[in-house]
Write a protein that binds this ligand. Structure first.
Ligand code: SAM
Length: 401
């Protein structure tokens, strides 16, 4: 076992939930909102590259190289320069710092001077994005290393970046799919990936269903992760669009998108949809239903949420016939802040508990694009058949972390 650090994306609560769902056996020690420490063994079967490819919310993996003991900034310059000098004859490096430094942040120029004094000509590589060096730089410029100083109140660790999420790859799925419907709103693929991972948990080949599939963002991520996917939507155009997007996937990912061949799609109302032969056969429903108007007038909110309440209760009641006992439902629920009043559907939880649903993360994690009026809550439920019909189960609000 060695010490590694995980750098999470801009929705770190959701990223952590994703991690805990897929790797429940690897505990997270949280050092800051976006940084956690793990004890882990990198193997061929589970490499750092695989982690960043698999998880939507994981931006980078760092590996602890050495613990530094310094009292002054000058000592820190010496020790970091020592590290670079012993690891690279002609250092090419970038530098990130996490946490509050007791001796002040290092200047790359001064570090270069320190190396020059030792007769080494070093190159400092500037950050290529807000997260530091991109995957492209680290992949194609093998000589460049990204050093990270991890400051905690107890220790100072020098860590090396060993894997970075490939932003370009996410952008392709976000922007280059043949079918998109911006008016209805589409999930960013990274959020869809996190939701799918939370739905699948450790069962990577589970049967996954999105009954409000829209352009198929969730189904595409499901296929890439190896799930058996099914989707439906009330709108036939959306279903045809999803079909086109699924057909496009193997062109970009011929190795991993093989599950497209067995994907099932249909046009149907999520409150009445039937899948013959699939009674209690679905392992997970992952979905972003209709969320109401994107920019509702404050006076219309009460009615809008009343309508949504009916839709959400309707679908969750209907899905009981499809879900396997123990199944997970990962859904986006709408949330609107209007003045001091918050409109949400969380009041449904007690009703849902009577049908066998249990809220797994309370309060649900919030995800919102900047300036969005309708925010998204990621609601995670599990379903078990209620003990006896009519008997009301008390809702137990568990928190996964
Ligand atoms: C917010 S969009 C889903 C977008 C999708 N997550 C994506 O990334 O493309 C909601 C979808 O629900 C569909 N819809 C609305 N009411 C429905 C119903 N009663 N049954 C099934 N689909 C419905 C709409 O046609 C729309 O495609």
């Amino acid at each position: 076992m060695s010490v590694y650090y995980l750098v999470f994306g801009t929705t770190p609560e959701l990223s952590r939930l994703e991690w805990q769902s897929v790797y429940p056996q690897v505990g997270l020690k949280d050092l800051s909102p976006r940084l956690s420490q793990i004890d882990w063994s990198e193997t061929e079967a589970a490499s750092a590259d695989q982690l960043v490819n698999q998880l939507g919310g994981l931006v980078k993996v760092l590996k602890a190289e050495t613990t530094l003991t310094v009292k002054t900034q000058a000592e820190l310059y010496l020790q970091v320069a020592d590290y670079l000098a012993t690891h690279q004859p002609k250092p090419e490096f970038s530098l990130m710092e996490y946490g509050a430094s007791k001796v002040g942040q290092l200047s790359p120029q001064q570090l270069k001077n320190e190396l020059k004094d030792r007769g080494l000509s070093a190159r400092f590589v500037h950050q290529t994005g807000p997260e530091g060096l991109s995957a492209a730089v680290l992949l194609h410029q093998k000589r460049v290393i990204e050093l990270n100083l991890i400051h905690t109140p107890e220790t100072l660790t020098l860590a090396k970046t060993i894997a970075v999420q490939d932003i370009d790859d996410w952008t392709i799925r976000d922007r280059s799919k043949p079918y998109a419907d911006h008016k209805k709103g589409m999930l960013p693929p990274k959020v869809a990936r996190m939701m799918v991972n939370i739905g699948l948990g450790e069962n990577r080949t589970a049967r996954l269903y999105d009954p409000f599939c829209g352009s198929g963002t969730i189904l595409l991520e499901g296929v890439l992760l190896g799930a058996q996917v099914m989707g439906s939507d009330l709108d036939q155009v959306a279903v045809m669009g999803t079909e086109a997007n699924l057909a496009w996937l193997p062109e970009i990912y011929p190795q991993t998108a093989t599950g497209v061949a067995t994907a099932e799609l249909k046009t149907a109302d999520a409150t009445h949809v039937t899948w013959p032969d699939l009674t209690h056969q679905i392992d997970t429903i992952v979905t972003e239903p209709f969320l109401g108007k994107p920019k509702p007038q404050p006076v219309a909110l009460k009615n809008m949420f009343r309508g949504l309440e009916k839709l959400y209760l309707g679908v969750l009641k209907h899905w009981i016939s499809l879900l396997k006992p123990g199944a997970r439902v990962v859904m986006v629920w709408p949330l609107v802040q209007s003045g001091r009043h918050e409109f949400s559907l969380l009041n449904l939880i007690d009703k849902l508990s009577v049908w066998g649903y249990t809220l797994q993360v309370n309060p649900p994690v919030k995800y919102a694009r900047p300036a969005a009026v309708v925010q998204r809550q990621i609601v995670v439920l599990t379903w078990q058949p209620p003990q006896s019909s009519g008997e009301s189960q008390k809702s137990t609000h568990k928190i996964l972390k």
